[in-house]
Write a new protein. Sequence first.
Lengths: 340, 340
Amino acid sequence: MAYTLETIAKLAGVSRSTVSRVLNEQPYVREDVRERVWAVVRQVGYQPRAAARSLVTNRTQVIGLLIPEAVSTIFTQPYFSLLIGGITEACNRHRYQLMLSLFSHRSEQESHYRRVIRSGYLDGVIVASWHEEDPLVPRLLEDGVPFVSVSRPDDTRINYVDVDNADGARMATEHLLRQGHRSVGTITGPLTMAPGRDRLAGYRQALAGRGLSVDEDLVARGDFTEEGGRAAMRSLLPHKPTAIFAASDTMAFGALQMLKDAGLAVPGDVALVGFDDLPLASIVEPPLTTVRQPIGRLGGTAVEVLLSLLEASNDGADSVQRVVLPTELIVRASCGSPIH
Amino acid sequence: MAYTLETIAKLAGVSRSTVSRVLNEQPYVREDVRERVWAVVRQVGYQPRAAARSLVTNRTQVIGLLIPEAVSTIFTQPYFSLLIGGITEACNRHRYQLMLSLFSHRSEQESHYRRVIRSGYLDGVIVASWHEEDPLVPRLLEDGVPFVSVSRPDDTRINYVDVDNADGARMATEHLLRQGHRSVGTITGPLTMAPGRDRLAGYRQALAGRGLSVDEDLVARGDFTEEGGRAAMRSLLPHKPTAIFAASDTMAFGALQMLKDAGLAVPGDVALVGFDDLPLASIVEPPLTTVRQPIGRLGGTAVEVLLSLLEASNDGADSVQRVVLPTELIVRASCGSPIH
DNA sequence: TTGTAAGCGTTATCAT
DNA sequence: ATGATAACGCTTACAA
């Protein structure tokens, strides 16, 4: 039932090696032989065993997507869906497979790491949404596993793709300032993640650019989740901001709910700008002004960078790759009309 | 650098087979030897090569999730996120890996099938969101690949897990009828998918149960997407339904937008009920009455059924497994207050 | 209880 | 241009 190279070889009247050559599109096979072999292969629907092949080539044609975050957190945030979509599409294009590795608990991570990474299942890895203190990334580095991060890390040895978070945040905040707002608050992401820090930095830059000092009471820390956005907004209310830059749409949605619950109108009482431009951003009431980041493209680019890394590791070349994609301010109703 | 069984064997002063026995928790190894081996294994951080192991065991500890639908379609529907979440969690629990296989184009499917399924990458497969005319499933059946569908198929040889779609739709429609509505329309899913057909059947049952005949003008065909919901709703407007049962929340959201655009109030002018209970259902304005299906659990159960299949294929047992989970009507504001 | 040796299905090296 | 044959790293009879 299960065909092997040997079977095909016999049927085609050649040797194993010749079949292997044909299958791998290698030269030095006579044209008619090549065709004869292909004919047999197609006829019986032969497909080489990946395990056998990988045992000798040390390649699996599989890359992993590691997201060291609770499963529930991940899939309530459309960000990840879009990211995975982009990654998947790129994988298909390059005929690579994608292994999805999400850990609910930190404790799973260790056993997972051994089982999956070290057992040679994967040619390389894309790491998304990791915190600086996570032991995973240093370990990948140490073990020499080819990987790319989808956010800018502090460590300069790490390959990454990211958007210009600070710049996006700056644009968003400047837009609010241009509308005449002077009491602009922000809901930050987790400051253990570079995007969280960078977007906060962009917010500060915008204020500094106008010669304004940052009122630390107007800086509330969130965690990129909707619930976090609600909580942060609640803590900001007493300080009466007239505008808020939330470091993610999801947090902005939470803030929006909180504002509604508090009887405040958006943008009438408080203007609101998010970050991401999730599909939902244009649907909520009022539609959310936000900083669009090309999340899908981010994922696709990560794949491409990773594959180029795998290529390079064949040659021995070995320079760090960094890709930064631009963001774009999408103005909708939630920030009020321009006052200039 | 890369340790093998041989290395460990030497370091521990035993043979390859003994190390293998220890690693696989087999009996007939002296306790002190066992400990000596483990010590070495841990010390050098040895991890068996998956490919080598799989070459001889014919097992990979990897299952695949196949979704033969455009990537973009998939990830704009939270249904899939929740499903994948449930699957992932179950995989982690059982120490299996998950390979994500989504095809954008039908043409990719064929090459994908060969590369991934037939090359022995996977022990088994979960298939979600497939249409009856899709050649994929018959092919899996023919090739004897262990798989479970996450929707009820027509073919009785297929293992599946699903919710009771007809029952859920019946509950939803009956609820609308109980409120006094007599002009109840429906937006169906694709009728090439069992859930689409079953939910329509449930709608008809409910009407029949009240001795009402179905006005076919009030049955509009959708495709489970938001855009499809909008379009279907638009086609229903001329027939002036006072209530709509949409076969998915996502379509209900689309319908909701269409109704708003048409200047109709929900539930004032038209009552609306969905199906799924996505997180968003409770957030939209007005909050959506809907039929809750335990999507995550559906995914987890699919994994469990699949693994039991893999077990069984060792023994030779081989009966079709079917699991049907219950649904629950969640009443919110979008269907108006009960009139009884 | 332990070790020896024969595969598993490929690729890769060497002859021819 | 083609065919033996030796790896690759593991499991699993079979012997001891």
